[in-house]
Write a protein that binds this ligand. Structure first.
Ligand SMILES: Nc1ncnc2c1ncn2[C@@H]1O[C@H](COP(=O)(O)OP(=O)(O)OP(=O)(O)O)[C@@H](O)[C@H]1O
Length: 234
């Protein structure tokens, strides 16, 4: 499968600590590539390094162009959308204002409205007063309504009730049909439902790359994520 993003020798530090170390992986030009690992291994930092939010070294090629020296807003302008782990909605603005601020081309606005009808019902509500799940919908809607070329989505189901996890998974599947995605996700059922490939980090380094189903059914899940794989759980 061809790659939309090629990452080679990516490293980043926070406060003198190496949090991403010589990381190399590809994000396929289609579907969902999942970035996995235990808490604190550097998943969010890897995404922030790709976007230039964290200072980084190494090579990142997006659709044939080096982006590793570009400023974040230039990278975003190239069509890379980011859904951050902590949602980062504008709490004092309404839902409608949050969406309007994020709208670039709005190509998929109607599709997103159909995925999250609740946002329309709550258009006039201050985003800071929404539940965690509703804030996640705003955060996803902001990214998914535009015509992007790559989606970077960090732990979209974190802390959400099972029904909302289902809604978010459906929205991500819908988006991934048209736009490739790098997804950080701790919920392995969501990974199984969405991802074709996994990239696994440990201590800021890539320790495994391969087909998602194969990984999830192997003892490597226990070794790298500390949870039982399908084989062991059976
Ligand atoms: N602002 C910061 N100041 C100091 N250390 C930080 C900061 N942000 C992250 N770190 C450290 O960098 C390392 C990697 O953090 P990162 O958030 O990338 O991990 P993660 O794999 O996304 O974790 P999680 O699954 O818990 O979100 C961790 O050890 C974390 O404590």
């Amino acid at each position: 499968m061809s790659a939309v993003l090629e990452v080679r020798g990516l490293s980043a530090r926070i406060a003198g600590q190496q949090v991403v170390e010589d990381v190399a992986f590809d994000v396929a030009a289609q579907g969902v590539t999942a970035l996995l690992g235990r808490n604190g291994v550097g998943k969010s930092s890897t995404i922030k390094a790709l976007l230039g939010i964290l200072e980084r070294t190494g090579e990142v090629v997006f659709d044939g162009t080096r982006i590793d020296r570009m400023l974040t807003h230039r990278i975003v302008q190239r069509g890379i959308a980011y859904v951050p782990e902590d949602r980062e909605v504008f709490g004092s603005l309404t839902v409608a204002e949050n969406l309007r601020l994020a709208e670039r081309d709005g190509t998929h606005r109607d599709a997103v409205a159909r995925l999250f009808p609740e946002l329309d019902e709550r258009a006039a509500q201050q985003a800071g007063t929404l539940s965690g799940g509703q804030q996640q919908m705003v955060s996803l809607a902001r990214a998914l309504m535009n015509d992007n070329r790559l989606l970077l989505v960090d732990e979209p189901t974190k802390g959400l009730a099972p029904r909302i996890v289902g809604d978010v998974t459906r929205a991500l599947r819908d988006a991934a049909e048209r736009t490739p995605m790098l997804l950080v996700e701790q919920n392995l059922q969501v990974v199984r439902d969405l991802a074709h490939t996994v990239v696994v980090l440990s201590g800021g380094r890539v320790v495994h790359t391969g087909p998602a189903a194969e990984f999830l059914d192997s003892p490597l899940v226990h070794r790298h994520l500390g949870v039982a794989g399908a084989e062991e759980a059976a």
